[in-house]
Design a binder for this molecule. Sequence first.
Ligand SMILES: [Zn+2]
Length: 271
Amino acid sequence: MLTRRRTLCAGAAALGAATVAAAITPGAGKQAPPPAAGAPAARRPLKPSEYRLRPLTGYGPPRTTPGRTPVRTEPLLRVSGRGRTMVLTFDDGPDPRYTPHILDTLARYEVRAMFFVCGEMAAAHPDLLARMADEGHVVGNHTWSHPLLTELRRSRIRSEMERTSDIVEKAHGHRPEWFRAPYGAWNRAAFQLGAELGMEPLAWTVDTLDWTTPGTRTIVDRVEDGAAPGVVVLSHDAGGDRGQSVRALRRYLPALLDDGYHLTVPRRQYA
Ligand SMILES: [Zn+2]
């Protein structure tokens, strides 16, 4: 099962890159536009029946529901933030052969990152999710078994996502607020179900293509060449031999910090 998943993972990462590259339009995802179902809706006069559905919180206009997640039609490709902010993301883990080394390097430089975990890996290694929580990292949902969602029925997509959110909550302490489709292959059901589960879709800006094991130097070059404010970097901490990914991080992370980049995790922009 794992072997099959790895094969799929490597093979279709190219598909993921192609899908996302196609989705990049000028400014797309750069500054997430405020979701339509936000504050303006609250200013709309409520029908009498709607008042009954809302708890009384005092005088003044009714408040918007915090934490409401909009249904998007494309994933976010970068993050907004002040200055030279970048986000490092690691997919498909956790894997006890590689993830601890990545966590060690992040800890050494006091940098927080995002881990898009697969539920089946998280279930096998809850200790690594607990460590991620202790060290302030954000854990996102990368489905249970890394399938190509566009080939699945809605009910199966839901269970892939829901089970993963459940296991992440158990092991990490928080339900994921971010979702990344395997191979970057989103569809409408994935956007809708992700929003229902309270998750924003996050893709990436720079793909290290580390799963092709191109050599540590090449991975380092791809990150350093792609570095820019708002960039989200995609790497992997599982799914094959990730020794190059581990070694590359030890080189590009201090280089990015020397260049004045602030490596952090994105903040959710609630409606
Ligand atoms: Zn993946």
